[in-house]
Design a protein around this ligand. Structure first.
Ligand code: CDV
Length: 330
């Protein structure tokens, strides 16, 4: 019998700054209901799904930004999501801003903030947590930019690595090797490979990607922004013999456009479902997990073909260095 599961990408249209969880959660509930009606067992929501993409807004005092974060899951505002997950027997990826109050040995409370995603089981239990490692942007207000991207201000670098867990998914309880990335992580092959080395079968990832390059360092065409996103996801899936569900928050948030193009990708690197709007939209695909075996046992048989002794620079070095210079002998 084939190991086929039905997965859904639950793309969200824009969430305006003034819109709270009371506006967003009912939209997410409609997507969960439609996912259930279409036979989905796994549903993936975007990065920071419960609010606008708030790192575009500067707060000098970090405490003023606390309302963008969740201090517990579920909370009164997110409990309806957990109720629906239980009702429909779904496995769900949820991206959110996490605020942790850590108490040190002296009893001093320190606030820690992460860009986080969790996998929620059909029982409502948290199966796995991931905290975003590759934080783009900057920590201080950047006056040369038209739009701020303050992820380095609002989040610490994730401290949980890139974990993979084998867990039963959906009401049928098919066991699947599950892993997560968040947005910018998808552009880093190192992140995918760490998941691949744990035999991941399904990588879930949410993103908020501006339709225009906002760094003011040169022009980047709109269509290339989408191409680069898809290239990274398709190659990540192919090179690690896994399925990927990549889900956007899309559309104009307070005048700033995020692109959509949520996709579901198979282990051959093919896009098997693609969102066509910049709004709330559900795309669904059947994923036969046996397809992961082909890559894993042939071209990407890691045990047989990887050469870690030649990869030292990958973990020893962060920035690139100039190469040795060759000069002609005469
Ligand atoms: N939220 C993100 O991580 N966004 C980045 C943008 C800033 C390039 C991304 O990689 O899509």
């Amino acid at each position: 019998m084939s190991r086929t599961i039905t997965v859904a990408a639950a793309q969200l249209g824009p969430i305006q700054k003034a819109e709270g969880r009371d506006v967003v959660v009912p939209r997410m509930l409609r997507l969960l209901e439609r996912a259930h009606q279409r036979g989905a067992e796994v549903v993936v929501f975007p990065e920071l799904a419960l609010t606008t993409f708030f790192p575009r807004w500067y707060h000098e005092d970090l405490n003023e930004a606390d309302h963008w974060y969740e201090t517990s899951l579920p909370s009164p505002a997110t409990q309806p999501l957990f109720d629906a997950i239980r009702k429909y027997g779904l496995t769900v990826y949820l991206g959110y801003a996490e605020l942790v109050n850590d108490t040190d040995a002296q009893g001093v409370v320190r606030k820690r903030r992460f860009n986080t995603s969790v996998i929620i089981a059909p029982s409502g239990e948290i199966v796995l947590k991931y905290r975003k490692v590759h934080l783009p942007g900057h920590a201080e207000y950047a006056s040369h930019r038209a739009v701020q991207h303050l992820e380095k201000r609002y989040f610490e670098v994730g401290d949980l690595g890139f974990p993979v867990v084998r867990a039963p998914v959906g009401a049928a309880g098919q066991p699947v090797n599950l892993g997560m990335l968040i947005c910018n992580d998808r552009r880093w092959p190192e992140a995918w490979r760490v998941l691949g080395l744990q035999q991941v079968e399904l990588v879930m990832l949410g993103y908020n990607t501006p339709a225009m390059n906002q760094d003011n360092k040169g022009f980047e065409a709109h269509h290339l922004r989408v191409l680069h996103s898809q290239l990274a996801i398709q190659s990540g899936c192919y090179q690690n013999a896994c399925f990927g569900v990549a889900v956007a928050k899309a559309g104009k948030e307070d005048g700033h456009e995020l692109f959509g193009h949520s996709i579901i990708v198979n282990p051959q690197g093919e896009i098997i479902a693609l969102a066509a709007t910049w709004d709330d939209e559900l795309i669904v695909a059947d994923c036969n997990l046996d397809l992961c075996e082909l890559g894993r046992t042939t071209v990407f048989n890691f045990e047989k073909h990887r050469r870690p002794e030649a990869y030292g620079r990958i973990v020893e070095q962060t920035g690139s260095v100039p190469p040795a210079v060759w000069t002609p002998s005469r």
